[in-house]
Write a protein that binds this ligand. Structure first.
Ligand SMILES: C[S@@+](CC[C@H](N)C(=O)[O-])C[C@H]1O[C@@H](n2cnc3c(N)ncnc32)[C@H](O)[C@@H]1O
Length: 297
């Protein structure tokens, strides 16, 4: 194992105090997803809300099989949401997934029956292969938060959606909604900032997506006349502290830029924190989520 932390054009810009650049952001994300394909589902499939639903299931509830015939999963990653849609929605529904990471798409292809979904390597801001109004429901699980600029992505989703169509997304919710989440976030960022001080003053994606009010404004601008709802929820997972620390850290892209030695220290501190959040009970990590629902006129 080398002790070299992940450094990309994006982290170099951060270190130099230069403004983030969309191409550098995409290259940084591609590198992380090339080296750790499937990490999102590894965490997200373990987290459940009070009704026992994963955030994928919560998002899939936005699909109305009676009127939605063509479904697009924007930034489908390794394909857990498409797999769920394949398993629970009518077989006649057309499933399309796009992602810019070939390694993630390879995992998505492997888990779905051949030909069941159209899986396309593409950037969310350029869905040229889809014609205007050709999609009934577009879903996006935990990826909108990474996109900057996000307005062209929303505009592209608005273009491909049919009149009366729906866009639904899971994005980060308010930290205060999930007990202990802020402490976990701050601990990870403290470790990252010891090696890369500017991480956090600049972060991945457009920060407006993380605030319900700003997100509403962005969405209203992109989908004129649409009905917009943002619903806050919490998903949690419980496990022995060391395992929980590894899984919880997996939710934070920031943790991927730590050097291996710093990562070991961070995981030890995080395990100690998670053991202390509810002494005597099984350690639990809570994650705030917002479900965005946009109904076009
Ligand atoms: C956190 S993962 C979520 C993956 C999947 N939706 C899930 O929840 O399991 C984010 C995904 O967004 C993709 N992504 C990020 N920015 C993108 C963009 N501008 N265009 C297409 N894909 C993008 C990444 O390649 C990655 O697969």
């Amino acid at each position: 194992m080398t002790d070299a932390p992940l450094r990309t054009d994006w982290t170099d810009r951060l270190a130099r105090g230069t403004a983030p650049d969309p191409a550098a952001l995409r290259a940084h994300l591609r590198t992380i997803h090339r080296d750790h394909a499937g990490f999102t589902e590894s965490c997200a499939l373990r987290c459940r809300d009070a009704a026992g639903r994963t955030s994928y299931a919560r998002l899939a509830e936005a699909v109305e099989p009676d009127r939605h015939r063509v479904l697009l999963d924007v930034a489908c990653g390794s394909g857990p949401l498409l797999e769920l849609c394949h398993a629970t929605l009518p077989p006649g529904m057309r499933l399309i997934g796009i992602d810019m990471s070939p390694e993630e798409l390879a995992l998505a292809r492997a888990r779905l029956p051949a030909g069941r979904a159209d899986l396309v390597e593409a950037q969310a801001e350029r869905l040229d292969f889809l014609s205007d109004g050709s999609v009934d429901v577009a879903l996006c699980h935990w990826a909108l938060t990474l996109m900057d600029p996000v307005a062209p992505v929303l505009a592209e989703i608005a273009r491909v959606l049919a009149p009366g169509g729906r866009f639904a997304a899971i994005v980060d919710g308010p930290a205060a909604a999930a007990p202990g989440y802020g402490a976990v976030h701050d601990l990870i960022y403290r470790h990252v900032q010891a090696e890369l001080p500017a991480y956090g003053t600049v972060d991945l994606g457009d920060p407006r997506v993380r605030s319900a009010g700003d997100l509403r404004a962005l969405v209203h601008a992109a989908f004129p006349g649409a009905r917009v709802r943002v619903e806050t929820g919490v998903v949690t997972m419980s496990a022995p502290a060391e395992a929980l620390a590894r899984e919880a850290a997996g939710f934070f892209y920031a943790a991927f830029v730590l050097s291996p030695a710093a990562r070991v220290r961070m995981l030890a501190d995080l395990a100690a924190l998670l053991s202390g959040i509810a002494p005597g009970s099984v350690p639990t990590f809570s994650m705030p989520i917002n479900r965005l629902l946009v109904d076009l006129p």
